[in-house]
Ligand binder design. Structure first.
Ligand SMILES: Cc1cc2nc3c(=O)[nH]c(=O)nc-3n(C[C@H](O)[C@H](O)[C@H](O)COP(=O)(O)O)c2cc1C
Length: 377
């Protein structure tokens, strides 16, 4: 390992400095109370990653309003005082164990499969989502066709992200990540086949990225300059793993270029990988080696090239050699691990000491559902 840009060096993201360049990726675990309040089990679960050496922990996606944002039952939210105070306990404990923590804020849109506030779903257009609801998140059957969001509802979506980001600051988080990836509402706006709008939010790539840019700018304005904010972007989706942007590198230039000028400190790129038994695993979709349809550069490298802000890379990087390479090649400033972290809450400490890593066992961790298991805390 060379000494420069190695995984174990500090890195600055916005106004915070991380002890190393390895983070835990956001992972939904449906272990909050029905009212969306974080539990003691979640305090222990998140703290265990901090004790295991991770410099940054990004929370599971949390919902942003009491309307259409909640994606699954027992998902945590960050929209009221009780939820905010419960997250404060998690954040305080993670800080005491030495890591920084970002809140991932998420609106599920048409992919909502469990919402305690409403039954109906909204999306950019009335297009039924591909695929089936996720059983690990207690979903069943097809997704319903969403109702096309009105302009007022789009404003409510933006306000939800803004209010939740402000609450994240109050709860003591070190930053927020806006969930713009994996097929949820912001990605539904970005995606040509789910967004059939004829107004300024639909049509060209510039128009389809507009809501992501507006949310980013509104969040920046609300939290001020001294709070780290970023956005997560992917091509693939939980219900369409292999989706690629039709405009290829030109799309990457527009999407990352616009987001790079929206006041964000970082862009977190991921290529979603199949991890559920119901779907085949496609090893080719990782941030490290997956690119646009035309091959070539990784999504992380394109985010770096056109975004001009810090880049976090994610997707099948649990092999330390791969993780180190992407950082040393300067395609990303840091990496995050999903399944690798679930299998090794102490991945960082193990790699530092040269100890062997445990293989991710889906049956053990995510069956019969995605709830946090007792052995994980
Ligand atoms: C159990 C589980 C839950 C996930 N939930 C989220 C989520 O809430 N938000 C998100 O952006 N990605 C979510 N993901 C995707 C991961 O953040 C990550 O992108 C994916 O697992 C690929 O990275 P990996 O190869 O390191 O696992 C989830 C993944 C898993 C395995």
């Amino acid at each position: 390992m060379t000494n420069t840009k190695s995984l174990f060096e500090t890195v600055t993201l916005g106004n915070i400095t991380l002890d190393n360049r390895i983070g835990v990726a956001p992972m939904a675990r449906i272990s909050a109370s029905f009212e969306g309040v974080a539990t003691e089990q979640m305090v222990s679960y998140y703290t265990s990653f901090a004790r295991g050496g991770f410099g940054l922990i990004i929370t599971e996606g949390m919902y942003t309003d009491d309307k259409y944002s909640q994606g699954y039952f027992n998902k945590p939210g960050l929209i009221d005082e009780e939820q905010t105070q419960a997250w404060k306990k998690v954040v305080d404990s993670v800080h005491q164990a030495g890591a920084k923590m970002f809140a991932q804020i998420m609106h599920a849109g048409a992919l909502s499969q469990g919402n305690r506030f409403v039954q109906e779903t909204i999306g950019p257009s009335a297009v039924q989502p591909k695929g089936k609801q996720m059983e690990a998140y207690i979903g069943k059957g097809l997704y319903p066709t969403p109702r096309e969001a009105t302009k007022e509802e789009i404003t409510e979506v933006i306000n939800g992200f803004v209010n939740t980001a402000k609450r994240a600051k109050t709860a003591g988080f070190d930053g927020v990540e806006i969930h713009g990836a994996n097929g949820y509402i912001l990605d539904q706006f970005l995606t040509d086949y789910t967004n059939k709008r004829s107004d300024e939010y639909g049509g060209s790539t510039e128009n389809r990225v507009r809501l992501l840019v507006e949310v980013s700018k509104a969040v920046r304005e609300a939290v001020g300059q001294d709070f780290t904010i970023g956005i997560r972007i992917s091509q693939g989706k939980v219900n369409d793993y292999n989706h690629k942007w039709k405009g290829k590198e030109r799309d990457a230039e527009i999407i990352f270029g616009q987001l790079g000028r929206a006041g964000l400190d970082f862009i977190h790129v991921t290529e979603y990988e199949a991890w559920q038994p119901a779907f085949p695993t496609d090893e080719s979709t990782s941030a490290a080696n997956s690119a646009l349809d035309n091959g070539g550069a990784s999504l992380a490298a394109l985010a770096k090239k056109y975004g001009g802000v810090s880049v976090i890379a994610n997707g099948h990087l649990e092999d330390p050699v791969k993780a180190r390479e992407i950082v040393e090649k300067e395609e990303a400033d840091l990496i995050t691990l999903g399944k690798g972290a679930l299998a090794n809450h102490d991945w960082v400490n193990r790699v530092k000491k040269g100890e062997p890593l445990v293989e991710f066992d889906q049956e053990k961790v995510l069956s019969p559902d995605a709830k946090i298991k007792d052995f994980e805390v």
